[in-house]
Design a protein. Structure first.
Lengths: 340, 340, 340, 340
């Protein structure tokens, strides 16, 4: 057997996650070959490209380059849908960070473009590639906890650097979108039907007047009866915290810890463990895993395991949570779908 | 120093918890002397009394007996308030299982009777006496996690023996009442302001038509902004599960495990730990602790740390959760108070 | 069924452990009735007796009292064997703290006296009654780890208050004697055959010249081939530490933690748990359990599960470890037996 | 800043670990470029080379190739020292799997050759690059546990496929050599002075007559007084098990778990976690880490953190353990050094 050639990928967006993904593609993903980096700020693209020994380019040039097989989109969220559409039109396979789009109409346009171009579209829900979460999913999917009754997913970021720069509803569309997808995925075959949310600015109350929400609890009823909770905070003093739980008729899985290392330090103060401080530390293997899976999909011409329909389903819950906060009531997913 | 004489206590109610409490008072609580047992079924009282070497009696006789200093009420919930009133009128100190009463009016009558008689009244919220929970509370109360932002409390019973016998709203008034009190206690000085609940019959769906709710998720907004989740199921395949979590501006405490034993068994199947199967196993030390604390209050003439006002506050949340389910909306605690 | 009358017990020795045991018998052991306390220092006996509401007495009077059914011996180790002999001669059931005796000849005399008087003799190896250890033992004894290959038992005391007062070889005869019994018990049916020990004064090196050993590692080969390690220190900064491990052909059990509480505190410093600081905290349930088991043996006229032969077997290992240190070589148990 | 060119490496040895290392260098180590694979069985080299898209070659050719900067030696242990000597003579930087050599004379020859050629020499002690172990080492080295008093290191392999093929003393020279190095490393600045070992064939007793030892416990006294235990088995039913512990005057670190994943599965049987089944799974990050560190040493012309002197020190303990088993006595390291 001869060696499978790596997938030639360009990265669009050279910010924090773009830098992580480009580096992961260049250095930790054998199935990928990073070939170019683009950014609306050319200097950012150049710096990252030079660091990784690839070329900086424009999106236009990247999409026009026939040797580029795929793109990873890590640009600003509002640009995602249009970039997907253009990449699909250029015949590139697409990996896009969450949220894939910011309106349901944009979701449909972007998904349709990929379908029409017959290119794979994968969305960056990294928990689907984290060892702990996938082990739990395997158990749930194979009936190891019976029928899901109660689910929980939470995300707590390690700190809120600049509250003034946070766009409205970020906690739902950028943060809890991960949890909404996780809950959908861990409740296989079920669909959300009702959503309720409480949210507030507790981390930075001074920014509440300008619309900041930094703490939220969302409850979801699914069509199989299961009840789920998604919870987020923008400031966990102890680090980055991503956990999950699925409780069913025959058992439970619990997932995750902000202190994954087994090392413990015992002193006169008690027993201490180190916590992880960033998503790119805690989820590094998951990030690398999702990129490797994307390359496999491209090379083997299979559908990504997490695509546009999944991203749209998670976004519907985000919209329902927003409506719940705005109107202080339970909101049905049906209303959201009808209201698009 | 001479020995403090034990508190002479009668137990009213010889059911499952009454049997546990009477046994704990007789055998594991040095500060108590069990002197009598009463029950509406005299044969139940006789069997338990004989087992423990004390006398079976009627409530009337017990309350008329001047050598009885205190009573522990573990009768049916609907009888609690009236029994408290009579015991207080007879000058007995009162320990009452939760829920202390079934209407806000009955709460007020019972609390008023104890105040007028100047007898201590303690309610059976056992988590307040569990080592893990009290250690967490000490940390929260001393500022160890900063200001609470997100709380969680859950109760999962190990099985639902007879769904047909479960009175309506039991999951809120009997089960989650523990969690409501725990959340109030772990958010010191704060008061619940809004409540939302999702609930269903997922364990025994065939009994939903007769009003069974066996699975519930309640979210609560407090007046300090904190958002809390209380969660219950009537059937945890793996045993009895009581846990808590308080996340705040400076950190978090996590509390409880259904597998508290440190022993692990490692085989070709992986690593296994034993789970506890009943409240009286998992919470045994907490049950004994609450009875010992009650005896101290009686002997030292101090106020119990968990009394009628706490029980009423938890019950208000239960009523709001019921209203939320009935009306499918967020309910404010103010409505409940006004509606009594 | 009528109530089983409690066993009437006198405690001989009002020191730290005597105080704990007398209190446990009086207040936490329903099957026992503490009736008297004796000590070579009458004032110590009086203080403890008054605290617990029983009478202080002499050993002579206690043994002559026909209403006393049993004694718990917690006096100085060198007095144990003779006290056992006298108690047995007086027809009392005997619970004796470890070490049961200080020479093999004394073991044999004391064991013989109890056999001749047909009174039960139980030795205070508390780990045999600790929940974690008994759960592990049940698994090992039922074949859950196959044949034992490697064992470990350790004891680390929380601090060394007065190094000058420690008698020679204490670490083997008083501390590791627990571990030697634990290893024997967790390797059912096997017998120690060879012993090697390294020991030193690392906690209080200034006392090494007067014979102090405060740190030791003992390895043992059993006749079923299993290899065991026993390890002790007199000063664990983080608290009291008792753990065990049995590894066999089909798996492993791991036992114990100095931080048994499930509560965790998460802050900017990481995740922290509280450790236990004393044997009477960490092992409280085990201590109460061993006294309750002793009462059952007395009342039901059954052999204690841990008796004189077990204590002698553990002491043989202690003697071999001492010889190993003295002679810097592997010592066979056969030499010890022959040398008595 | 421009990109640092990767280190061009050839792998000598295409067996199990050679395949792992070659793959790690080719696919997971950005700082390395795998250029060639050699093996005494050319077909093994060809298969691996083709899989990884590099060339198969002979050792001679590889060493004569000026574009090869470094070699990773994963051939049979008895060939290591001579291969190191030849590679050093050819000016290649050397990474060598443990054990680096099989006699002290060979250690000295190989170390001297690297010194003379001024090439870096790193030995494959992977625990020095495992996250848990390095976090513990950092704490120990910075005084976080005070002065080490008691240490433990253990290795348990998941199974013994072919007992007949195991060379004599393998458990000491191939398996426990890891633990000897770990103990030296975790007791910074200290040197082993006395060694005692018990060993047996408990996994495959039928092979004991031909010299198999599959289970061993080694105790070591260091010159700072610390006492250490190293323990190994060739057959852990539950998977691959590597753990460590350092206990000192101010605290303790505990390291490792065969069930590192945080996911737990709770069912009617209790709580279960998955265990890891191979060294290349459990230690994957450590293996990649050691190769990356080697590349940094080559590129930055720094001394590897674990070199020939460390490997020799660990091997001295292995030789002392062998002598202890052969002669059934405590053996001083001085005897080993004198006896070379």
């Amino acid at each position: 057997m001869s060696r499978t050639p790596p997938v030639r990928i360009g990265v669009i967006g050279a910010g924090r996650i773009g830098t992580h993904h480009a580096t992961a593609l260049a250095r930790h993903t054998a199935a990928a070959e990073l070939v170019a980096v683009a950014d609306v700020y050319p200097e950012a693209a150049h710096a990252l490209a030079e660091e990784l020994g690839v070329r900086a380019t424009s999106v236009e040039t990247m999409l026009a380059d026939d040797t580029v097989e795929a793109v990873a989109i890590t640009a600003g969220s509002t640009a995602h849908a249009e970039l997907i559409r253009r990449a699909a039109a250029a015949g590139k396979a697409v990996f896009c960070e969450k949220p894939m789009a910011m309106t349901l109409a944009d979701f449909d346009t972007a998904i349709g473009a990929c379908e029409q171009a017959a290119v794979p579209l994968q969305v960056g829900f990294n928990r689907r590639f984290a060892d702990d979460f996938t082990a739990a999913h395997d158990i749930v999917a194979s009936g190891g906890i019976g029928t899901p009754h109660l689910l929980r997913s939470l995300t707590r970021d390690p700190g809120l650097a600049d509250p003034a720069s946070v766009p409205p509803w970020t906690i739902f569309t950028q943060t809890l979108i991960h949890d909404f997808d996780t809950l959908n995925w861990l409740n296989p075959g079920a669909t959300a039907v009702s959503v309720h949310a409480f949210a507030d600015a507790l981390v930075a109350p001074g920014h509440k007047h300008s619309g900041l929400l930094d703490t939220a609890v969302v409850t979801i009823r699914f069509d199989n009866g299961a009840l789920a909770t998604a919870e987020a905070s923008f400031s966990a003093a102890y680090g980055y915290d991503v956990r999950g739980e699925v409780f069913g008729s025959a058992g439970m899985v619990t997932i995750g810890s902000p202190a994954p290392l087994t090392m413990q330090h015992w002193t006169a103060s008690g027993a201490a463990r180190r916590t992880e401080r960033s998503d790119t530390d805690l989820m590094h293997r998951a990030y690398v895993g999702e990129l490797a899976a994307f390359c496999r999909s491209v090379r083997e011409r299979t559908m990504p395991t997490v695509g546009g329909a999944d991203a749209r389903a998670a976004f519907e819950i985000a919209l329902a949570a927003i409506a719940s906060v705005e109107q202080d009531r339970t909101v049905s997913i049906g209303e959201i779908k009808d209201d698009r």
